[in-house]
Design a protein around this ligand. Structure first.
Ligand SMILES: [Zn+2]
Ligand SMILES: [Zn+2]
Length: 335
């Protein structure tokens, strides 16, 4: 059990705890410890041997106990118990996903919208993760509070991107957008702008609690749009605090599969949207996936190694996840 595998177990514990509002602080502690493991990747075996697991940032005696059991038995009875309590039993068809084979993240933000780092800092962060590519997907104009990007600002951004690309040649930068899905399912930027971008993530952000029939129409329209590549955090929920959209998931996922639109597993611990159950449904209906950090700062790239558990639990094989594709194949799919 290495640090990344352990991070996934702690991250899943955090996720399951989050479903219970009373466990909110404990949930956050587990997610924070998972993040710390995924970021620092300490040598757990030697720390365990030296009785030093609590020297890891964010790891107190309780979490150290879980890690000790993981090191000694490869499993966590605490997680098993939580899964049972939350009616999320273990299934025997989990996939195996190796983060070492993950090629790059296609959903990230920079100071061009609500990110906390410059594009250069984000590109360097992706390089430090060993990524081959990075989708820079800031918000569209509708999200006015974050100064979303219109055509003019996208053009200015592309100039900066050319400069950053020259400084970070190992990571192919993909210029994209996280475009808002408007209430009626139209997108927040004209087609002639979207078609110029390398990657288009369409996400629901506002009016998530529309009644299901209208929400279904809205999402069906979005997945049928010719320029959409990915549906970002498809329900917009935040476990334990915001319920997220409710619609005919089966109809929308089927249509997404038909149009070759991938569904995102957003690894931000505050989102973890989809869910193992919904991802499993989407897989059965033929969808592809992206597994992204939705990073707003370089440190958040580590959400992916800690969040991969959800794709594993849903039984999604590597070949159905776009982020495991080499750059040439990815750009073919995104065309
Ligand atoms: Zn979003
Ligand atoms: Zn985002």
């Amino acid at each position: 059990m290495d640090a990344i595998q352990a991070a996934q177990v702690l991250s899943e514990i955090g996720y399951v705890l989050r479903q219970d509002p009373e466990q909110r602080f404990r949930a956050k502690a587990f997610s924070a410890a998972a993040w710390s493991l995924a970021l620092e990747r300490p040598d757990l075996a030697s720390l365990h041997k030296a009785n030093g697991l609590t020297t890891i940032e964010g790891v107190g005696p309780g979490i150290a106990k879980v890690l000790t059991e993981l090191m000694e038995t490869g499993r966590s009875r605490y997680l098993d118990r939580l899964r049972e309590q939350m009616k999320q039993p273990a299934l025997d068809d989990e996939s195996s996903l190796d983060f070492a084979r993950y090629q790059g993240d296609v959903h990230s933000h920079s100071k061009w919208s609500d990110g906390r780092a410059t594009m250069l800092e984000m590109a360097r962060g992706a390089e430090a993760m060993g990524y081959r590519y990075l989708g820079v997907t800031d918000h569209s104009p509708r999200i006015t509070v974050v100064h979303g990007l219109n055509a003019e600002r996208l053009l200015a951004q592309s100039r900066e991107m050319a400069e950053v690309q020259a400084q970070v040649p190992n990571v192919a930068l993909l210029q994209g957008i996280e475009v808002d899905i408007l209430e009626d399912g139209a997108l927040d930027l004209p087609d002639m702008v979207l078609e110029l971008l390398d990657v288009v993530i369409a996400s629901p952000h506002v009016k998530l609690r529309q009644e299901p029939a209208a929400m279904t129409e809205r999402m069906l329209r979005a997945v049928s749009h010719p320029h959409v590549n990915v549906i970002g955090h498809p329900t917009g929920r935040r476990p334990g605090s915001r319920e997220g959209a409710n619609y005919d998931f089966e109809a929308v996922f089927k249509e997404a599969a038909r149009h070759g639109v991938a569904l995102e597993i957003d690894c931000d611990p505050a989102r973890m949207d989809l869910s193992p159950e919904m991802a499993r449904l989407a897989l059965a209906l033929g969808c592809n996936f992206t597994v992204d950090a939705d990073a707003h700062a370089p440190g958040e790239f580590a959400y992916v190694p800690m969040g991969l558990w959800m794709a594993r639990r849903a039984g999604i094989p590597e070949e159905r996840i776009l982020n495991f594709l080499p750059l040439e194949e990815l750009t073919e799919v995104l065309r």
